[in-house]
Design a protein around this ligand. Structure first.
Ligand code: CUA
Length: 159
């Protein structure tokens, strides 16, 4: 390596080490990403993105009370809105989110909580969180999804 280039000896040594470690890291990354078939997190429920609008429960995204202090939020993240766009629950409620996207990858992020979900077309992401403190929470898309990305938000009221 570097036979015809005039470089100080140690420069060549370190360039070689740098190049080799890059190859090693990219190989490891490639094995992890492709070889192990890594997929988005969740329980791997899937659904064709083109059927989101016509298939239950995502054809009617809504917040449903499922028990004392328990709710299920079936949500669709799409360009450039969340459905439903506004949720209201009493403080202390546990919400089971299930989210999918009919178009591109979106995010569903609620600041000041650890709700941080990726809405990937073809996948149904699930997450459960208990909202102990009352207040107005923002629901934000935190995956760049197009020209209206910064306008994509919803609201969660904990009363
Ligand atoms: Cu949806 Cu960014």
């Amino acid at each position: 390596m570097f036979k015809n280039i005039h470089l100080p000896y140690y420069e060549k040594v370190w360039l070689t080490i740098g190049a080799l470690s890059l190859v090693v890291f990219l190989t490891i990354l490639g094995i992890l990403a492709i070889g192990l078939g890594l997929e988005p997190p969740g329980q791997m429920r899937t659904m064709p993105p083109e059927e989101v609008q016509t298939t239950a429960p995502f054809n009617k995204p809504e917040l449903v009370k499922t028990g004392p202090n328990e709710y299920k939020a079936t949500m669709v993240a799409q360009m450039f809105t969340f459905l439903p766009g506004e949720l209201e629950i009493p403080a202390g409620s546990t919400v089971h989110f299930e989210v999918t996207s009919p178009d591109v990858v979106h995010g569903l992020y609620i600041p000041n909580t650890n709700v941080n979900i990726m809405a990937v077309p073809g996948h149904i992401a699930e997450f459960t969180y208990t909202f102990k403190e009352a207040g107005d929470y923002l629901i934000l898309c935190h995956e760049y999804c197009g020209s209206g990305h910064q306008l994509m938000m919803g609201k969660l009221k904990v009363i």
